[in-house]
Ligand binder design. Structure first.
Ligand code: SD4
Length: 335
């Protein structure tokens, strides 16, 4: 082993040992994971019922992907104003949805972007992963594919009324400040199962009032979600333009590979982006992460980023590490 490699090895094992000492009392063997049961982490307070449903799916014998899909579907049909067809429409008054799913074993992924009229885009993303040789389908092709595969679809109707109601509530941006989305959130949901395998998914209607055809970070593998079955998983919520240019969920997972705890990995990805981005900490982005040891964490540029954590022992909403004092309203539940 060269001295550089040895130094790296020592650095990483020391960092991992420190992380481990903070989070667990005994080595994370498969047994221990099995006894501990699954860990489910998702964005926002509205992730908690999704986590709890995902746990039930696992406990009743469903697969980890079933659990991700069912958890996300719950939010997609909950009337949430940032996820599913109840989400805010684009500038043409049409709701366009983004979603993706990733499976740790086999490093598989599927995604749909800018899709209209599909009630459960997370299910369409899973079908892309499982039934096609592709990773991503967009727009009318994604709608056609979902319909062909028996998913529930609706005519994509221009929703002028809800668009106008939303538009009337928007504050005019201060000159030079640009346009900031007021109500935009994503369900990103990560699972470490009792066998130590990882899967994740996310779904959103994206930026309310966006230019038609705009795609955010959520359906981009490594942007909205990333899974590495040897290391862990990460998911993003916030302004996708500030996530996708940096492959930020991928960065979070790579930070964990180099020995950082999930919380530190999220915080470091944000600091790294803020160092090079002209917006600094005004990025409006938040991350959640889990690692293979069953540790979890979150960090955000907003002071009060809530995320939900569920295991067989507890289910609660926690606050991510704040990297600025900016308060951003939790969207997704209001008209
Ligand atoms: C997007 N990242 O489309 C999504 C929206 C979101 O909190 O998560 N906002 O940019």
């Amino acid at each position: 082993m060269s001295s550089q490699t040895r130094r790296d090895f020592l650095k990483h094992t020391t960092a991992a040992a420190t992380t481990f000492a903070a989070g667990c009392a005994t080595p994370p063997t498969a047994d221990r994971l099995a006894k501990r049961g699954p860990l489910i982490v998702s964005t926002w307070g509205f992730g908690k019922p999704a986590n709890e449903l995902a746990l039930k799916v696992l406990q009743s014998g469903g697969s980890t992907l079933d659990a991700v899909e069912q958890g996300v579907r719950l939010v997609e049909s909950s009337g949430n104003t940032s996820v599913g067809l109840s989400g805010l429409p684009n500038a043409a008054g049409v709701v366009q949805l983004d979603a993706c799913i990733m499976n740790g074993p086999g490093h598989q992924a599927g995604s749909v972007a800018g899709v209209e009229g599909v009630v459960h885009p997370i299910s369409a993303a899973r079908l892309v992963m499982e039934k096609t040789p592709h990773v991503m389908l967009v727009g009318p092709g994604a709608h056609w594919f979902a319909k062909q595969n028996g998913l529930e679809v609706r005519d994509s109707q221009v929703d002028e009324a809800s668009y106008r109601a939303w538009l009337a509530k928007q504050k005019k941006p201060a000159p030079g400040k640009g346009d900031k989305p007021e109500n935009h959130d994503t369900i990103a949901l990560l699972i470490l199962d009792a066998d130590g395998n990882i899967a994740a998914g996310c779904s959103t209607s994206g930026w309310g009032g966006k230019v038609p055809g705009r795609v955010g970070d959520s359906p981009i593998i490594g942007g909205g979600v990333y899974v590495d079955n040897e290391i862990g998983a990460a998911g993003a919520t916030g302004l996708g333009e500030n996530v996708m240019r940096y492959c930020a969920s991928y960065q979070v997972v790579e930070n964990m590979r180099h020995g950082m705890s999930p919380t530190e990995a999220c915080a470091e990805a944000i600091r790294r982006i803020a160092r090079t981005d002209p917006q600094g900490m005004d990025l409006a982005i938040n991350f959640i992460a889990i690692n293979k040891r069953g540790e979890f964490g979150a960090a955000g540029t907003q002071a009060n980023f809530p995320y939900s954590v569920t295991t067989p022992d507890f289910s609660e909403v926690r606050k991510g590490q704040p990297l600025s004092s900016a308060n951003q309203k939790e969207g997704g539940n209001e008209r």
